[in-house]
Each structure stands twice: as C-alpha cells, then as structure tokens.
Design a protein around this ligand. Sequence first.
Ligand code: DP6
Length: 330
Amino acid sequence: MTREMRGTASACSNIALIKYWGKRDFTDNIPLNGSLSMTLSQATTTTTVIWDDTLSQDEIYLDGERVLDGRGLRVSRYLDRIRADYYRMPARVASMNSFPAGTGIASSASGFAALATAAFAAMGEEMPSDTEMTRWARRGSGSACRSIHGGFVEWLPGTSDADSTAVQLAGEDFWDLRDLVVLVSRAPKAISSSEGHKIATRHPFMAARQELLPARMLATKGAVAARDLMTLGALVEQEALEMHAIMMSGQPAALYMQPGTLKLLHAIRAWREDGLPVFFTLDAGPNVHVLCESRDAPEVRARIEQLMPGLSILENRAGPGVRVHEDHLL
Ligand code: DP6
C-alpha cells in the first residue's frame, strides 16, 4: 500500500541576547551555557514534509531548487534521527525562507524548528509537547530550539539530551521591542558557526565566561521582565562583544566584523550619547541587530539610512512560535 503523509509548519528565526557559543556535546547540540533570545517576526521559514514510501531516497528542495550538497545531507541526516524512532520511509521536503539566503540571518534556527514540526505534523498523529519539540529542533541546530516559542525565550542548557530544552519567558505581545537587522555585507562567512562552536569550546577565555554568565543571565531576565531597555541594552552589547572577543582571538581566529559593522556600532554609541535609546547585538557575521523601542524605530531607521545609504534593513518585532498550517509548499 502506498502511504503519503504531509505536514507544513512555519517558524521565525531568533536573535540571541545571551549567546550560545560553545558546546558540551556536538551530537545532540548540548550547549556550554544557557541562552536567551527574541523570536524575529520578519524572518520566517516555511517547510513542507511528505513521508512517501514510493521514494527511493529523500528529495530536498530549498528556496525552489533541489539541493544535493551538504545542506541536503544535513536535512537527510536529521530525518534519519526521526526515522530511527518513527517512520522508516524517505521524505520529500520543500523549504522557503521569507528572507534571502546567505544574508547572515540565521536560517538554521527557523529552518530546523520548521522542519522538525513539519516532519511530526506529517505523521498525522498527536504532536509531541512544545518541550519535546524544542528537543527535536535542538538536535537539528542548537539555536532552533528557541524558535519553537514566540516572544522571549530561554534555553535551559541542561547536561544531556533529556534536560536541554527551551521555555518561553514572555509572549510576543509582552514588549514591543524592535530589532532592525542591518545587512552590512553579504560576503560568505570564512568560518561556519559549527566550526566556530568547536573553536570556542577549546578557547582559554571560555572558563572565565562560564563563571560570569549566570549573573549576566539573571540580570538580562530581570531587564526583560521589567521591559528596561537601558539595562538590557548594556548587558546585550557586553555579551555580543564578549562573544566576538572569543571569536577574534580563537585558533583559528574569526573576524566577522566588516568596516560597515564597526561604523554602525560607533554610530549607535554616539546616538545614545545624544539621548536616543538604541543598542546593538551581533551574531556570527557582519550584520548588526539594532535594538530600540517601537516609538524610536522610525528615527533609528532614518539615522541608519542617512549614515549608510542603500543597505537593506529588516525590521522585526517579537514574533510568534512555530505553527502548523495547511498552506503546503508541495
Ligand atoms: C552565534 O545554532 O547555528 O547565532 O547548533 O551548530 O547548528 P549549531 O549552531 P547554531 O549557533 C548559533 C550561534 C549564534 C548564537 C546564538 O544563536 O545563540
């Protein structure tokens, strides 16, 4: 008998305010420390999975193109983990990003949150709990566990596959914080985040970072709970620069910042001196995430456009968690 089972899910990417950089375990993506993120409303991946026992192997389509390279292999390896516990049949998978690929916006976070959810939705049985889905997303890409939830999310690091899960701290309507992602450079990364995690894990500064992180995490959670941007912003900038200090001084070293990155970081600090409450964070790349209150977003956008004309800016608010729906791609 031929069986075909289809499911579709959409998930938003997220920006880490406290970073996941360094792993305790590389198979299950168990992090060295907890992290905290905001889900990003405007950076969405939609994925359809069809389990199909008439296929001889997986067929993976990303942004409309069949992929046969490492990206397709990563998806197939991931599906193997689901197959080990559930259906043993091949799958046809299609995935579309709302944002252009290769811009440095983390597509693995939204990508694996959507893939995990679509894969389970396609089984046509009761979905696992949200907590269990954070485990499944994390096994694909660590940061993806935070994209299962909307709003503000904490990844409780745990020490094993069973206890490393993500929880929602506040929903997407809790605080109308904005993250304007400024696409400073589209140059491909010299060092992937997977490689970066390995370099970070053996970095001599990592022990000191682990000692000071619990206090920073507590203060960051307090600042989110109080919707206190001045406190949050100071913590988040320190955190981003600390991560980049580890990146820049690792073996091999990763210099993700470009001239445009630094130009914008200095401008943000100058605007703040001027009285505009605006802060930055960075991912493993040159793009700048500019954080401000919604009422200041038009002014912040105008200043960025004046400083660096022509750059794309993607303005996010806190986005929703992953959702299953019927707008199938296949
Ligand atoms: C700098 O989640 O992409 O964005 O688990 O190997 O897939 P893998 O890594 P990934 O790492 C994200 C690193 C970061 C910080 C963060 O999102 O917390």
